[in-house]
Design a protein around this ligand. Structure first.
Ligand SMILES: Cc1ncc(COP(=O)(O)O)c(C=O)c1O
Length: 402
C-alpha cells in the first residue's frame, strides 16, 4: 500500500474538494487570517482544564467502562445529565427511552434520514439552511423543497402552499427541516406565532418536523422562545441537539429526541458500538457542577463578539448592504445589492486574508449569490473589527455603479 494514488481515488474526488476555506482543519485556522467562514466555537473558551480534571475523575471512577464498547442508545449516565439539562434550561421533559446519544447532531440528522428517507423522497427545508444538513439530504438522494425565509423565519404562506401542492400531487414529505433558534446561516429566530403555525400545518398534513437546535443555549438578548418540541402536542417533532457549541465540537457528542419507535429504529441503524463512551463519561462527570456556569461565560464571550460584529458592520459597510441582527448563535447574514456576486468576491477577500462563506453553499440550487454568511464565533473582537473593515473595502469596490 505504498502508492499514494489508487484506482479508488476517483470515487472520492467529489468529496475531497468539499473542504470549505476557513473550515476547521483548513487554512482559515491560521492566526493571521480573519476566519468568518466556519461555524467553529471559540478555541480560547474551551473548558480544557475542567474537562481534563473531569476526565481524570471519570477514569478513576469508571475507567474500565469508559474504555469499553457502549450501549447503542448511549451511556446512561450522560443521558441522565442531558435530561437534567434539557428540563432545567430548555423546558424539555422527556424520558430516557426518547433519547439517543449520537456522534454530534450531524449523525443525529443522518440517522433520522437513514430511518425515514428513501431516494426520491421529499424533504421540506427552510432556505437557506445548514450546509451539513443539505449535504446529508443530498446524500440520501432526497428531493429538497426549499421554503424561503424572512427575518421572522420561514414564510408561512409558502409553507402552507407547498404542503397543499404536495398533497395534491400525492407526495408525502418525510419531514419539515427547521432551525428555529438562531438559524444557521441567517441568525434568524422563528417567531412564536410562526412556530405555532409550523406545528399546526404539520398536524394538518401529518408531516414530521425535524427541529435542529444547535444554538438554543447561546442567547444574548431578547426572550427565550419555546422550542417546537415543547409546543408539540401531536408527537410530530424530532429534536436534535449538540454539545459542540457549549462544550467542544471535538467531543462529537449530540443527541436525537423523538417518539420511542423512532428511537428504536435509529438505534438499530447506529453501527458504532455506542457513541464514544469515553467522551460520554467525561461529559457526564463535567456537566453536573460546571456546564451551567460555563454556558453563562460563553454567552458573554459570544455576545461581545456579536456586538463587535454589528458595530463594525454599522461603522464600515456601504449603506446598500444590509444584514440580520441575531439575538444569539454564531452568524450574521449579509444581503448585497442586485448585481453583486459573493462567489466572485470570495477569492479577493481570501487574498486579503478574510474568509467567509458565500450564500450559495446554503441553498440546494446555487441561489444566494447576493448573500454572505459571517461567523463571529471563532474570532476575537479586535480581529472582527479588522476583518469587517477589510471586507467592507472590498465590497465597496464591487458595488454596482448607480
Ligand atoms: C444548525 C446546525 N446543526 C447541526 C450542526 C452539527 O453539529 P455537530 O457538531 O454536533 O455535528 C451544526 C454545526 O455547525 C449546526 O450549525
Amino acid at each position: 500500500m505504498a502508492q499514494t494514488q489508487t484506482r479508488l481515488d476517483g470515487l472520492f474526488s467529489s468529496a475531497a474538494k468539499r473542504v470549505a476555506p476557513g473550515a476547521p482543519g483548513g487554512r482559515g485556522l491560521s492566526p493571521d487570517r480573519v476566519n468568518f467562514a466556519g461555524g467553529a466555537p471559540d478555541p480560547k473558551s474551551m473548558p480544557t482544564k475542567a474537562m481534563g480534571a473531569a476526565a481524570v475523575r471519570a477514569m478513576e471512577k469508571n475507567g474500565q467502562w469508559a474504555l469499553q464498547y457502549g450501549a447503542a442508545a448511549g451511556y446512561d449516565g450522560l443521558v441522565e445529565q442531558l435530561l437534567i439539562k434539557l428540563k432545567r434550561d430548555n423546558g424539555v421533559d422527556v424520558r430516557p427511552e426518547n433519547v439517543l446519544i449520537t456522534a454530534g447532531a450531524s449523525q443525529a440528522i443522518d440517522l433520522v434520514c437513514d430511518a425515514l428517507v428513501d431516494p426520491g423522497d421529499t424533504i421540506i427545508s427552510e432556505e437557506p439552511a445548514f450546509l451539513g444538513a443539505l449535504r446529508l439530504f443530498n446524500a440520501h438522494q432526497a428531493k429538497i423543497v426549499g421554503i424561503p425565509m424572512d427575518d421572522r423565519g420561514m414564510k408561512m404562506d409558502v409553507l402552507a402552499q407547498t404542503l397543499a401542492d404536495c398533497k395534491a400531487r400525492g407526495v408525502q414529505p418525510k419531514f419539515i427541516y427547521t432551525i428555529p433558534t438562531f438559524q444557521n446561516p441567517t441568525g434568524v429566530t422563528t417567531t412564536l406565532d410562526r412556530r405555532l403555525r409550523i406545528l399546526e400545518l404539520a398536524k394538518e398534513y401529518n408531516v414530521a418536523v425535524l427541529e435542529d437546535d444547535a444554538y438554543f443555549d447561546l442567547r444574548f438578548s431578547g426572550e427565550r422562545l419555546p422550542m417546537l418540541i415543547t409546543l408539540d402536542d401531536a408527537g410530530l417533532v424530532i429534536y436534535t441537539g449538540t454539545f459542540s457549541k457549549i462544550i467542544g465540537a471535538g467531543l462529537r457528542l449530540g443527541w436525537v429526541i423523538g417518539p420511542v419507535p423512532l428511537i428504536h429504529k435509529v438505534s438499530k441503524l447506529k453501527p458504532d458500538g455506542g457513541t464514544s463512551p469515553f467522551a460520554s463519561h467525561i461529559v457526564a462527570e463535567y456537566a453536573p457542577s460546571q456546564l451551567e456556569e460555563h454556558v453563562k461565560e460563553l454567552v458573554n464571550v459570544y455576545r461581545n463578539r456579536r456586538d463587535a460584529m454589528l458595530g463594525a458592520l454599522k461603522a464600515e459597510m456601504p449603506e446598500e448592504i444590509t444584514w440580520t441582527e441575531p439575538e444569539g448563535g454564531f452568524f450574521v447574514w449579509l444581503t448585497l445589492p442586485e448585481g453583486m456576486d459573493s462567489v466572485a468576491i470570495q477569492p479577493e477577500a481570501a487574498a486579503h486574508g478574510v474568509d467567509f462563506m458565500p450564500g450559495t453553499v446554503f441553498y440546494p440550487n446555487q441561489e444566494g449569490r447576493r448573500n454572505i454568511r459571517l461567523a463571529y464565533s471563532f474570532t476575537d473582537e479586535e480581529t472582527i473589527r479588522r476583518g469587517v473593515k477589510i471586507l467592507a473595502g472590498i465590497l465597496r469596490e464591487y458595488l454596482p455603479a448607480t
